[in-house]
Design a binder for this molecule. Structure first.
Ligand code: PNS
Length: 165
């Protein structure tokens, strides 16, 4: 049976740190489903369609990587996709607590599901979508940290939302 892994996240926007995890998961699993969580409680910078579209562009060279979105519980989504493994990137010690909580809750909700962690490559260890948005909002340089085509979209979006300072 093909080994499928789900890589869930907000991806607002996708960073090179995310891409690093996608590429490495793709080397280990037969199929990677990168899935954007549509969180009804958060107002993201990019709406779900835009995040999915950017991810699709980023992974277009990988035949075994699929981009999707979900709302509701991640465990329910995995069942629908007939997947049993979640992959998450782990950056620093600070990620550990929340990731431990999420993995434990998901295990409680569905004992068949395993969460595996990949240590983020050191060059991206400090990187997060929130940090990218903050730096870009003050017109700092985020080149090298997000895929090239996203840099322009990020500045356009921040301008559109009046978030450039
Ligand atoms: O990129 P993020 O914001 O760190 O991703 C968090 C995400 C989307 C993986 C997490 O919030 C999630 O899985 N949410 C779905 C709702 C859910 O299942 N919650 C209970 C277990 S955490």
């Amino acid at each position: 049976m093909a080994k499928v892994v789900v890589y869930p996240g907000s991806f607002d926007p996708v960073t090179k740190g995310h891409l690093d995890i996608i590429e490495r998961a793709n080397n280990v699993f037969d199929k990677v489903i990168v899935s954007v969580f549509n969180n009804p409680r958060k107002r993201p910078l990019f709406d779900m369609e835009e995040r999915v579209k950017m991810l699709k562009q980023v992974v277009k060279e990988y035949d075994s990587v699929e981009v999707d979105c979900f709302t509701g519980l991640l465990t329910t989504y995995l069942k629908q996709k007939e997947a049993k493994v979640i992959v998450r990137g782990l950056r620093a010690v600070s990620d550990f607590e929340s990731e431990f909580q999420m993995a434990s809750m998901n295990k409680k909700l569905d004992a068949d599901i395993e969460t595996i962690f990949m240590m983020t490559s050191t060059e991206y260890a400090y990187l997060s979508s929130s940090m990218i948005k903050e730096v870009a909002s003050f017109e700092g340089c985020v080149r090298d940290l997000v895929p090239e085509f996203i840099v322009d979209r990020l500045f356009e979006k921040l301008k559109e939302r009046d978030h450039l300072f």
